[in-house]
Write a protein that binds this ligand. Structure first.
Ligand code: NOJ
Length: 510
């Protein structure tokens, strides 16, 4: 899976903001790279206060990205290249500009009032309780004319839908079907855990006690326990899954920030849930061999029978992996992502090793400071703005963008891009890597090692997470299939393997 942040991928219209036609122009890159599917962050009509995660019309495309016809063309062009297209479904909240909320606000008796979460002020005045929004400040905003507060885990302009209301469910599932009818292959579902709330929004008074310590996970994960993950989840998951299963070969990916034992709930009861509840362990954990080995084993162990795993290194909400772990380790991270058992999701630009791009305060646009990981994709060595746009890009390009570009890295057999392409090709050609069994392997401190096995083919993956060399005993004879340094192809290895500083190896048995 490859995540495109559409504003930053490729600008065909020349306004400095990426668009659907730009993505179509770059599909050949994705096919060449070797991914199977593309997930687009939201492209629906939106006032863009949270850059599309505030949807004003679920069935139309924002003019900044193009039109419905452009989506149809994107789907047709992608399918023609064997690529699937997933959209981003934002079910938990709408934009305050959405017609439902405009109506809901118009009076307490309006048809859509009960589609959102409204409460009276506390007895002495002020919000009904002390829940906080994840972007800071109260999760409640007062509507003067109707005298009640509305609930929002994010911006006030992202009022939260009440999924307990059957009319909401019917309308939202209708949107899902609309896109399936149009040929979309699936959805990434925004903050999936929040559509089945616990009782927090309906409780009075001070309720912000830390619910449960989840070490290593961020604010969003703690909020999970406070604002969602409630008793209706299985029912909501089953409805979504039924909508998907009514069409052939559709996939549901859920955004869920939780530790493995809670996360697996999102596969649904009897598998009637998300096909892939995002597993963010590699994003949220410290980059340290012990922590990663433990997390991989814990996740594998927690998976229900028949559930297919998945792994993520980055997305549009998190500092880029190259900035979190450094350029050298970003290669090791790529090898880990693409050799673990399960579907990997690659964030656009990570295949180039892009780091976060600092954004001066006068150009900062995101409400939560996430601009650095959303910088425009550099395509060409010499073009204006490295081929991203002929106009000034909406966010600054990386310095020396041409040198980071796809064009520059394509021709370099040792580049980060070449490493990604080789890893993806290897996965595709080796069933052991694509779908084979996984088993942890004992390794020296600082090394993550595991085997992948299928049908008599056996691979040992050994990843040195430290900047100094280390030797690792390996039983038997092996051949280097791939090094993160891309310079040891075919080297025979017997009994012990020497890992250089920051080196990862894929070894083939025999
Ligand atoms: C998660 C999305 O990934 C993030 O970008 C957004 O701000 C929130 N959900 C609210 O929709």
């Amino acid at each position: 899976m490859y995540q495109v942040y559409p504003r930053s991928f490729a600008d065909a219209s020349g306004d400095g903001i990426g668009d659907l036609a730009g993505i179509v122009d770059r599909l050949d890159h994705l096919a060449w790279l070797g991914v199977d599917a593309v997930w687009l962050s939201p492209v629906f009509r939106s006032p863009m206060r949270d850059y599309g995660y505030d949807v004003a019309d679920y069935r139309d495309i924002d003019p900044v990205f193009g039109s419905l016809a452009d989506v149809d063309r994107l789907v047709a062009e992608a399918h023609g290249r064997g690529l699937r297209v997933l959209l981003d479904f934002v079910p938990n909240h709408t934009s305050s500009d959405h017609a439902w909320f405009v109506d809901a606000r118009s009076s307490r008796d309006s048809a859509h009032r009960e589609w959102y979460i409204w409460r009276d002020p506390a007895p002495g005045g002020g919000p009904p309780n002390d829940l906080e929004s994840q972007f800071g400040g109260p999760a409640w905003t007062f509507d003067e004319p109707t005298g009640q507060y509305w609930y929002h885990s994010f911006l006030p302009e992202q009022p939260e839908l009440d999924w307990r209301n059957p009319a909401v469910r019917e309308a939202m599932l209708g949107h899902v079907r609309f896109w399936f009818e149009r040929g979309i292959d699936g959805f990434r579902i925004d903050v999936l855990w929040m559509i089945a709330k616990d009782d927090a929004p309906w409780r009075d008074g001070p309720i912000t006690e830390a619910p449960e310590a989840l070490p290593g996970l961020g604010l969003e994960a703690r909020g999970a326990l406070q604002h969602g993950d409630g008793p209706d989840m299985e029912a909501r998951l089953a409805e979504l899954r039924d909508a998907a299963d009514a069409y052939p070969e559709r996939v549901l990916i859920g955004e869920v920030y939780m530790e493995p034992r809670r996360l697996v709930r999102y596969y649904g009861r009897d598998g009637r849930g998300a096909h892939l509840p995002f597993n963010f362990a590699l994003v949220t954990l410290p980059w340290e061999a012990g922590a990663i080995r433990t997390a991989v084993a814990a996740y594998e162990d927690a998976l229900p029978v028949g559930a297919w795993p998945n792994w993520v290194l980055g997305n549009h909400d998190q500092p880029r992996v190259a900035s979190r772990v450094g350029a050298a380790q970003a290669r090791v991270a790529a090898m880990l992502l693409l050799t673990l058992r399960g579907t990997p999701t690659l964030y656009y630009g990570d295949e180039l090793g892009l780091p976060d791009v600092p954004v001066p305060s006068e150009r900062s646009v995101d409400v939560a400071g996430r601009d650095p990981e959303r910088s425009p994709m550099p395509w060409t060595r010499d073009g204006i703005n490295a081929g991203f746009s002929v106009a000034e890009p909406w966010l600054p390009m990386i310095d020396d963008a041409g040198a980071w570009s796809v064009e520059a890295q394509r021709d370099d057999p040792r580049s980060m891009l070449s490493l990604h392409r080789r890893l993806l090709a290897l996965r595709r050609s080796e069933p052991a890597l694509e779908a084979g069994d996984w088993a942890d392997v004992d390794a020296p401190d600082g090394v993550v090692a595991f085997e992948r096995v299928a049908g008599g083919r056996r691979f040992l993956i050994a990843l040195n997470l430290r900047p100094e060399p280390v030797s690792m005993p390996v039983a038997g004879d092996w051949t280097v299939e791939l090094s993160t340094h891309l310079d040891r192809d075919g080297e025979p290895v017997a009994d012990v393997v020497a890992l250089r500083a920051d080196e990862g190896l894929v070894l083939r048995a025999g």
